[in-house]
Every structure is written in C-alpha cells, then in structure tokens.
Design a binder for this molecule. Structure first.
Ligand code: SAH
Length: 241
C-alpha cells in the first residue's frame, strides 16, 4: 500500500444523528484515519457527538464541512461511494477487497475518499455518479443496511489491515515456502519413524498419515521449517540406535 491513510477522507453526507458522527470519529481513530468531512450535516457537532467519540476528539475538532459533495471531493483522485443495496442504476461495483486492491495501486501522494450516505436514504444517484465506483459490504441479503459508523468501521478496517501487512513480514530471512518434494520427503521420513516406533502398522496404517498430511499441509511449511522438522526426526532416530 503506497497511499497514506491521512490522504483518505471519510465523507459523511447529510448525517442526521450526532451520535453517528461521534461513533464514526471513534471508528476512524481506531483504524488510524484522520480526515473527517461532513457534507451538509443535519445536526450539531456537540456534546452527543463528543460523548460517542470516546476520546477521538481530535478527529471531531478537525472536521471540515462542505455544502456539496462536489467540492468535498474536488482534490481526490479516487472516490468510492458506499451503499447498502444494489441500485437500479448500474455503477461499477467493487467488493471491499477490490477497493483495497485499487487503493494499494495508487501513487503515494494521491488522495482518495470514501463517501457515506444519509441514515434514511443513503446517497442520491447524482452523488453516486460523482464517484469512481461503489462498494457494498456483503451482508445478510434480508438485512443489508449497517449503521453508518459500522460501515465506516468495516471499510476503514479493510484498508488499515492491508496497509499493516508488510511484504515479507510473514517469512523472515527470505525463508521460502517448501517445495512439494521437500514436504513429501518429510512425510516419508515421518512415516518411517512412526513405523520404527510401532506407532504405525504398515499393514493397517489407518488415517494417521492422512491426519498428519492435513495438519502440515494446512500450515504451509517453509524450507527452513522442513529442515528443523527433519533434524528432529534424525535426532530421534540416533537416540534409538
Ligand atoms: N436506507 C438507506 C440505508 C442507509 S445506511 C439505503 O438504502 O441506502 C447509511 C449509510 O451507511 C449508507 O448510505 C452507506 O454509506 C452505509 N452503509 C450501510 N450499509 C452498508 C453496506 N452494506 N455496504 C456499504 N455501505 C453501507
């Protein structure tokens, strides 16, 4: 992810409940987002909002207000509308995951916005048509509308999570995934050892090796991990002799 989270605005259009604005600030702060923009808010940003922000005051203090969505997104290169439901109007639809992928390909200095609609009526078609695409969070089809702050939480989390995954963080010192041949070599070795210790009857092997295969294959072993495991088997064999 090249984009900075401070360059991704959260825009709330026509919000009527101050508690939702406070809860949105809290959700943003949890996920390291800072830019809250209110378009034509229908309520005061006072005590109720601050109470629900639970300490995310800096985000509320710094909120910006615009009359119209056009001006709020004017400096953004990529703008995503959000909606609880499919619209009659076909607009490029993205899964949250696809949105994150798109954001991750953008230049470091670029700006983006996530646009959230009114509690009762969502975004208008005109507002959606100002955006590059539309994201719908998958839900129970019978009950698809999330509270707006919950929707903000989910999408900010998706972006935050991707950003905190650094390349190579999973595998240290360039430890490559083990090849199938290496893994199979380990299984052969393990089977032999289990037989030597009478833990596995070659005539009636049962499901033990299948269970070991499932266990190890599920964990996507690396080259070094295989070497450690085989080293252990070899040490046990030596003890036996
Ligand atoms: N009755 C409205 C619901 C609005 S909910 C409608 O049908 O559009 C308020 C806002 O929360 C929505 O405009 C959207 O920004 C966000 N939201 C709610 N549920 C969502 C979902 N499943 N996916 C994406 N955004 C959602």
């Amino acid at each position: 992810m090249l984009m900075k989270l401070e360059n991704i605005k959260v825009i709330m259009v026509g919000t009527t409940h101050p508690g939702n604005i406070g809860a949105a600030a809290r959700a943003m702060n949890n996920m390291c987002f800072t830019q809250l923009v209110l378009v034509d808010p229908q309520c005061p940003i006072g005590e109720v909002a601050y109470a629900r922000a639970s300490g995310a005051n800096a985000i509320l203090d710094a909120h910006k207000i615009h009359d119209r969505l056009e001006t709020a997104i004017a400096d953004c290169q990529y703008v995503i509308a959000t909606s609880a439901r499919r619209r009659s109007l076909a607009w490029p639809e993205l899964e949250p995951r696809e949105m994150v992928e798109k954001l991750s390909t953008m230049e470091a200095g670029s700006r983006a916005a996530l646009v959230f609609g009114r509690e009762h009526s969502g975004l208008t078609n005109e507002e959606i048509q100002l955006c590059n695409g539309m994201v719908c969070i998958p839900t129970n089809p019978e009950f698809s509308s999330l509270n707006i702050a919950s929707a903000i939480q989910v999408l900010c989390y998706e972006i935050f999570r991707q950003q905190s995954v650094k390349p190579d963080s999973k595998i240290e010192d360039k430890d490559l995934p083990a090849s199938s041949a290496e893994v199979e070599g380990y299984f052969t070795h393990l089977k032999q050892l289990l037989e030597d210790y009478d833990l596995l009857d070659p005539e009636q092997p049962g499901t033990i090796m299948t269970r070991f295969r499932r266990l190890y294959l599920r964990s996507e072993l690396t080259h070094k991990e295989i070497n450690i495991l085989r080293g252990m088997l070899t040490a046990i064999e030596k003890q036996r002799r």
